[in-house]
Design a protein around this ligand. Structure first.
Ligand SMILES: [Fe+2]
Ligand SMILES: [Fe+2]
Length: 401
């Protein structure tokens, strides 16, 4: 198996056992092994491999927080946005890069109020998962590449990936909540629309966590076996939040744009998905659209007065978070293999397992990292951080394709 061949450290695993704590080095993304990262289908060039090796050996923990980035006026306003006050709301306008982004706290809040939904609108009562259907779009699940599986087995694997999707979004949204609260807390008296928009962002993420957990319960009730997932969410969140706030904000921005790509790029036009799961992804997308805009404004404010060195530090941290999450995806892929074999009641051959782990790891990388990393709006933000930021991401993106 790939996992065994590359001798992944036992103490770097992330398993959802109540009360179990992650190894600190693993939690901080320290000493991440490169071999498996570089074994992807899309092989990066020599320069990228060299750069990745150097990057992921950076220890991000303990993290030196970029305090200056959060202190307006310390550095001259440089590459980023122009902010101006207009009738109690902040308009962030940026004209660098491939287009113009104009977001507004008031407009974002009003849109959020319009698209709002309740949990019971989405799940519960007669709204049940249909286990005769696929849950995930093929562009994310990539089960068709496993030609040694029959149609039923591919559907079962697709559903296991759907369950992992629910759990992984619980993990990421649980660290987004305290991060956004920390961001809004120091400036409660400057712009009421800003405060309301961010508090609504938080409320929606908590609601999404509940929604994903409700779907997890439905899955457990209808699926023949218990599927293992990475965790605990609190420990993973603690490791991510130990990074520079700008690095964390960039990671969250990537995740928010990623959810937009998932629905618009893969789910919306797939008429054969389970209607309930599709409804989950659609309703999540509706509210995440506002989060992506608010996150854009959050990153803008964090980097507005940053020096080039601080931007470089933030990018180091962002990529270290990506490397840490990638370790979690490797573990989840191994769990998915174990769950899959238990669900179909047979073991794959050694060769089939290797193919499973390789293709499914790549599918996970694309789902949770790559699809956000290449999103045009995320790249637009990178442009505004400077050519070095954009180039660094473009070099690493093929690993997550
Ligand atoms: Fe969400
Ligand atoms: Fe969100």
């Amino acid at each position: 198996m790939v996992i065994a061949r590359f001798r992944v450290r036992r103490n770097m695993r992330m398993i959802a056992q109540p009360g179990e704590r992650l190894n600190k080095a693993a939690a901080c993304g320290k000493r991440i092994r490169q071999t498996e990262l570089l074994s992807s289908r899309s092989s990066p060039g020599k320069r990228t491999r060299k750069w990745l090796r150097r990057l992921l050996l950076i220890s991000p923990c303990p993290q030196v927080v970029n305090k200056a980035a959060d202190r307006p006026g310390r550095y001259r306003l440089g590459r980023i946005s122009k902010e101006k006050k207009m009738l109690g709301t902040t308009v962030v306008k940026s004209e660098v890069g491939t287009g113009v982004l104009t977001y507004d706290y008031r407009d974002t809040l009003l849109t959020s109020e319009k698209v709002n939904w309740n949990l019971d609108d989405i799940i519960g009562g007669d709204k049940k998962l249909d286990f005769s259907k696929r849950f995930m779009p093929e562009s994310l699940a990539r089960v068709e590449e496993l030609t040694f599986l029959d149609a039923d087995e591919k559907r079962i694997l697709n559903q296991i990936r759907g369950n992992a999707y629910l759990s992984i979004f619980v993990i990421v949204e649980e660290f987004i909540v305290p991060f956004v609260l920390d961001h809004v807390r120091p400036a409660l008296d400057t712009d009421d629309y800003r405060v309301r928009a961010f508090l609504r962002f938080v409320e929606e993420e908590v609601k999404h966590i509940q929604l994903f957990k409700r779907f997890c319960e439905e899955f457990r009730a209808g699926f023949p076996i218990e599927c293992k997932v990475i965790g605990p969410a609190a420990e993973i969140g603690k490791a991510v939040l130990a990074h520079n706030p700008t690095s964390v904000a960039l990671a969250i921005l990537m995740i928010e744009w990623m959810t937009q790509e998932h629905y618009l790029g893969s789910v919306k036009d797939d008429s054969d998905l389970d209607p309930q799961f599709k409804s989950l992804l659609k309703n999540h997308w509706l509210e995440e659209a506002q989060h992506a805009k608010l996150d854009t404004m959050m990153v803008e404010s964090l980097v507005a007065n940053s020096s080039d060195e601080q931007i470089t530090d933030a990018m180091d941290g962002f990529l270290a978070i990506g490397g840490f999450l990638d370790e979690g995806l490797k573990q989840q892929t191994q769990f998915d293999l174990e769950s899959f074999e238990a669900a179909i009641g047979r073991e794959l051959s050694t060769e089939e397992r290797e193919t499973f782990l390789t293709t499914q790891l790549q599918a996970n990388r694309w789902t949770y990292i790559g699809s956000g990393m290449v999103h045009p709006r995320f790249r637009q933000m990178l442009d505004r951080l400077g050519s070095d930021a954009r180039n660094r991401i473009e070099e690493v993106a093929p690993v997550f394709a």
